[in-house]
Ligand binder design. Structure first.
Ligand code: NAD
Ligand code: DAU
Length: 352
């Protein structure tokens, strides 16, 4: 069996759901259930004895040690993190606590467990750390895409905390020989994406007649990857990645934010037209820019393709259409997550 952390969140829950489509190996899923964790994401696994959910913190050394000794996983996949850049700007503390201190305690528990395993189990054990392209900083228009050898230049409290966790993971391999793997991925989108992030926020706001907030001039570039492609990349790295190595994961889909939102509006105009016949584009509203906003991210995922044969299955065009359709079909899920706490956040970030 494997142990995953943070798998009631967006990417982790997609990973668990996809895992059971291709494998019958059990999963223990440890998640603190912060505002971003949602057991409804895993509702289809109700009654599946191969999925064990445990509410708890990756920073709880005793709990993690107990789970490791009880379930004896052959791998740990660490998704758990505070993940929203804007929240890290308003309040970095939780990011330092979970992403740095939490990862440290998790690594300590895993190191001790790994040290107790017999040699043949030690040899196959893996700790896979899920990280982000944001650790590499911001690119100029003509710069080549991020490679695994780029230096770390994180610019937000979020990316700095993820960078610190990547360094800890690297150090545990170098110093203690812990068998680690790290993936640094670009922006994900798809089902179960919490509607505080650009794509699900704009779909939700469009359908509820609210402004579609574009920070600054909307020309910041992100490299978008359909979440299921990220999940397949993680499975592949877990299966065949070289110990201590880092793999960049991306979709070769660089898009300016304004173009992404225009595309969303066009798909919504087609699939769920406004009653007044106007385009959703009329709801686009330019708002104050994010502090320290990174201008461009782009991932060079050629190492993963060359060494492990992984390629994304979706283009942006196919993935974004599936995503909009998913939100149209799952308005009940959106209704459940856009609770009081969610509305409070909108007040903090966008005012009013
Ligand atoms: P998310 O915010 O949707 O989910 C995070 C999950 O972690 C939630 O279920 C939350 O309850 C849980 N969690 C938070 N603190 C915890 C703690 N201390 N102990 C246990 N669980 C805790 O995040 P996501 O978008 O699914 O991202 C998952 C991982 O992938 C993160 O490490 C993130 O940095 C990384 N990543 C995200 C993206 C993206 O585009 N979303 C891209 C690249 C990398
Ligand atoms: O690059 C990977 C990262 O992608 C992950 O590590 C993060 O966990 C994930 O949240 C995401 O970070 P971003 O900051 O890129 O995602 P977000 O959806 O918050 O913003 C995407 C772009 O859209 C960014 O340039 C900011 C802009 N934006 C965002 C919001 C919420 C807007 O213009 N308006 C908005 O209201």
């Amino acid at each position: 069996m494997i142990l995953t952390t943070g798998s009631a969140g967006f990417i982790g829950s997609n990973f668990v759901l996809d895992w059971f489509e291709v494998s019958d190996e059990p999963i223990v899923n440890l998640d603190k259930l912060t505002y971003a964790g949602n057991l409804n994401n895993l509702a289809s696994l109700k009654g599946n004895s191969k999925h064990v959910f445990v509410k708890g913190d990756i920073g709880d050394f005793e709990l993690v040690s107990k789970l490791l000794d009880e379930y004896k996983p052959r791998a740990v996949v660490n998704f758990a993190a505070e993940s929203h850049v804007d929240r890290s700007i308003h309040g970095p503390e939780d990011f330092i606590q979970t992403n740095i201190v939490g990862t440290f305690h998790l690594l300590e528990a895993v190191r001790a467990y790994w040290g107790r395993l017999p040699p043949e189990e030690q040899a196959v054990f893996r700790f896979l750390h899920v990280s982000t392209d944001e650790v590499y900083g911001s690119l100029g228009k003509e710069d080549p895409a991020f490679r695994e050898t780029n230096r770390y230049e994180p610019n937000s409290p979020y990316s700095a905390s993820k960078a610190a966790s990547d360094h800890l993971v690297r150090a545990y391999h170098h110093t203690y020989g812990l068998p680690v793997l790290t993936t640094n991925c670009s922006n994900n989108y798809g089902p179960y994406h919490f509607p505080e992030k650009l794509i699900p926020l704009c779909i939700h706001n469009a359908l509820t007649g609210k402004p579609l907030p574009i920070y600054g001039d909307g020309q910041q570039i992100r490299d978008w990857l359909y979440v299921k492609d990220h999940c397949s990349a993680i499975r592949r790295v877990l299966e065949a990645g070289q110990l201590g190595e880092v793999y960049n994961v991306g979709g070769w889909n660089e898009k300016a934010n304004l173009d992404v939102v225009n595309t969303l509006c066009e798909i919504l105009d087609e699939l769920s037209p406004r009653a007044d016949g106007q385009s959703y584009k009329t709801q686009i509203t330019f708002v104050t820019d994010r502090l320290g906003h990174d201008r461009r991210y782009a991932i060079d995922a050629s190492k993963l393709e060359r060494e492990l044969g992984w390629k994304p299955a979706e283009t942006f065009e196919t993935g974004i259409r599936k995503t909009v359709q998913w939100y149209l079909d799952h308005q009940d899920w959106v209704g459940n997550v856009t609770s009081g706490a969610y509305r409070e956040w909108l007040g903090v970030q966008y005012g009013g």
